[in-house]
Design a protein around this ligand. Sequence first.
Ligand code: 1GP
Length: 244
Amino acid sequence: MLISNYLKEKIKNGTVHITLIDPMKQSPDVAGRLALTAQEVGSDLILVAGISGLSQKNLLDTTNSIKDKISIPVVYSPSGAEALCFSFDALLFSSLLNARNSNFVSGGQSKAAIVLKRMEIETISVGYLVVEPGMKIGEADDIDLIPRDNYWMAASYAVAAELFGMNYIYLEAGISAAQPVPAGMIRAVKKELSIPLIVGGGIRTAVDARRVRQAGADVVVTGTIIENAGYRERLRSILSALKD
Ligand code: 1GP
């Protein structure tokens, strides 16, 4: 089944949860165990997110270890063409829309595009929008971060992406952000959109997850919580806030 159809079906039945695993943060073996826990508590998909500096070997080993242990889909979100792997179920083909550096908008993606198409890898196009504080991503000088109170800017970018024909909008507050994207912003974006909305960054508790869901997120992404002690229980309570 195509991952886009899998997601469509899941979204029809409620909020989707994605567990993000960064291969640079643990060994491939541990990554596999974390992915298994995520599957056991009810996560719908594992997103392997490459950040710059990720080696081809680490990506391959981590992917193999995850795929050996779980049956839910594993999708890759590369940060560029430096590490690629074709054993994923699909690839998020994202454009960082509020970047000033065109490499993040389409330049980096163009380097991998022909290979991906020829390999017939499923790609899911995503309009990626980084909201303050943006954390690591926000530290890059060339991003026009969306201010947390500028709902209009977020909605305008999101609708532009929809009109470009993108499949999803991803509102990102940044890895380990102190707070998730504001609920008011999620609501404002959702109101204008006809395509599904992904929200991630800074979601640590069931209260956060419920707020993001009630504001209109179709898909919720968490990453950092799985790296800390007690992650199984934390993830379980987030999942119950999303799926009750
Ligand atoms: C996914 O960047 C996030 O959008 C992950 O954020 O690590 O804060 O959950 P956390």
